[in-house]
Design a protein around this ligand. Structure first.
Ligand SMILES: [Fe+2]
Ligand SMILES: [Fe+2]
Length: 278
């Protein structure tokens, strides 16, 4: 239940359910049920994109998750060409699957797409030259347009965007530089700014960075399960974001992120100072 007009959003991605995963995340789903009002799952729900894997996940979600859930598919969910079946199985298990769609839970609006890759900023691949390159870039543009039109339909005070691929470079940092262009696309960033989303959740970059901001200060969270496990040992392996109705989260959250960054910078400075004195 929500309390005092606060909605707690739990988010995690890259569950990568395989044929042997039955029961693996039951404790996680039970903990999320006790910690949040709604769950966001940001893709790569299955490992090889098999409907059989999705059925195992659906069974665990049905038995342990007792709050509403909203999600998108990831690239792994497309591997076997069974993505429509996977989405249907999860939808039947109570997860509202978004692909250019929207939904509203506890007064918060959600818009979701898988997104696509192609790189960031000045390094983003352009639609030029061979047909296959144009088709590749077109997919990224098409996903960004789907996100934009979904966000345009949301009239809620808070809008949350869910994507699988990263919309900014900052939250993939930590991955090998050579694969950045395959981890996301900054074409996804523009709709987030235009519609002033309160926060963005994504996954895909298993070795990325937990949080960042868009150029306009919108908080972006990489909620990849392997990353959360690695970066926050002993802590819950999901992110919880609290949204308060009547207060714009977009004004609050970047300040908190900036403060954490300043503190991290100070720690780094201290370390360099100590190293220098050795
Ligand atoms: Fe993944
Ligand atoms: Fe992925």
């Amino acid at each position: 239940m929500t309390t005092n007009d606060v909605v707690r959003i739990a988010a995690v991605s890259d569950l990568h359910y395989s044929k042997t995963s039955q029961g693996a995340l039951l404790p996680l789903f039970a903990e999320i049920t006790n910690s949040a009002d709604v769950l966001v799952v940001a893709g790569d729900l299955t490992d090889y994109g098999l409907a059989e894997e999705a059925k195992l996940l659906a069974k665990d979600l049905t038995s342990a998750l007792k709050i509403p859930a909203v999600g998108v598919l990831g690239n792994h969910d497309y591997e076997a060409g069974e993505e429509k079946e996977i989405a249907r199985i999860l939808q039947d298990a109570g997860v509202r699957m978004l692909d250019g769609d929207t939904c509203e839970v506890h007064g918060v609006g959600f818009a979701g797409v898988r997104g696509f890759c192609g790189g960031f900023g000045r390094g983003a691949l352009g639609a030029w030259g061979e047909g296959v390159i144009k088709a590749f870039v077109h997919e990224a543009i098409s996903e960004a347009l789907k996100l934009e039109s979904a966000l345009a339909r949301l009239k809620t005070e808070h809008r949350i965007a869910i994507v699988h691929y990263a919309p900014i470079r900052e939250t993939v940092e930590g991955e090998p530089l050579e694969i950045y262009p395959f981890l996301g696309s900054s074409r996804l960033e523009e709709p987030l700014t235009r519609y002033e989303v309160s926060a963005v959740f994504h996954g895909h970059a298993h070795k990325g960075t937990l949080e960042g901001t868009t150029a306009k200060g919108i908080p972006v969270y990489n909620v990849s399960l392997p990353l959360l496990r690695e970066e926050r040992p002993g802590q819950p392996t999901f992110r919880v974001l609290e949204l308060r109705h009547g207060v714009g989260a977009a004004q609050r959250e970047p300040d908190r992120i900036a403060e954490r960054r300043r503190a991290a910078g100070r720690r780094l400075d201290d370390r360099f100072a100590q190293t220098g004195s050795d």
